[in-house]
Design a protein around this ligand. Structure first.
Ligand SMILES: [Zn+2]
Ligand SMILES: [Zn+2]
Length: 240
């Protein structure tokens, strides 16, 4: 029987950089949903796009004054295209209707978001970013992971797996020597298209390569290595 798998992404680009290889595999087998939890509005790239400087990523000067709404829309376009290339059906790509402002994803809000999808899919498997990341981990990532962990401990989630941000894998391993990681990879061409959605530059159609301006190093490393790091948690694990 086809199972339901719910992937919760804090921001546009987390679905591909951290979970894309898992999503790619899931979409071949199961009813796979991706849920975006914040609006991604606070990225410094919005300012960068209007800094009057020559940009090394593309020809031209950054003179693009985007309102916050236009900027969010540009990021959502990247997210939709990425999910499409990961094999997610259009109707399974979700932007949570009351998503939070970037940087304000609390544990409580994360619980609300996860719960609302568990109501529709009670036995769904849940996948999101690990809450056990290093000090540099984005608090939105950590809180989303902590919310999933709480719901798992409470028995509301039956099957939970966490993805480690691959760009923080060395830091993660240093502080979590006891956590066993499963490593997955993907064919270059499959994952490449999804990653490249964040590099599309075409201001006429509202495409500003936000992902690439933001974390070009992460994307370069990801394209080169194509690795996902996944871990489970023991139910009896004490929360520290
Ligand atoms: Zn993120
Ligand atoms: Zn640029």
């Amino acid at each position: 029987m086809e199972e339901v798998i719910l992937y919760f992404a804090p921001h546009q680009d987390d679905e591909v950089l951290s979970m894309g290889i898992g999503i790619l595999e899931s979409t071949k087998l199961d009813d796979t949903h991706v849920i975006l939890c914040t609006d991604g509005s606070k990225s410094s790239v919005r300012g960068v796009l209007n800094n009057n400087k020559i940009c090394p990523h593309h020809f031209g000067i950054h003179r693009y004054e985007l309102s916050e709404e236009e900027f969010i829309l540009a990021r959502d376009k990247e997210f939709y295209e990425s999910c499409k290339h990961l094999g997610v059906k259009y109707e399974n790509i979700h932007i949570y209707k009351n998503r939070t402002i970037d940087g304000e994803l609390s544990i409580d809000k994360s619980r609300d978001i996860i719960n609302s999808y568990l109501e529709k899919h009670p036995n769904a498997k849940v996948r999101t970013i690990t809450p056990f990341g290093c000090e540099s981990q984005h608090l939105d990532h950590k809180n989303l992971g902590l919310a999933a962990l709480e719901l798992y401990m409470e028995g509301k989630i039956e099957n939970l797996e966490f993805f480690v941000e691959p760009y923080f894998i060395d830091e993660f391993k240093n502080i979590n020597k006891d956590i066993n990681l499963e490593v997955k990879t993907a064919e270059y061409n499959d994952i490449l298209k999804a990653a490249m959605s964040y590099r599309v530059w075409n201001p006429k159609i509202g495409r500003y390569a936000v992902g690439y301006h933001s974390t070009r190093r992460y994307f370069k490393r990801f394209k080169k290595e194509r690795l996902a790091y996944i871990h489970k948690v023991e139910k009896n694990l004490a929360l520290s």
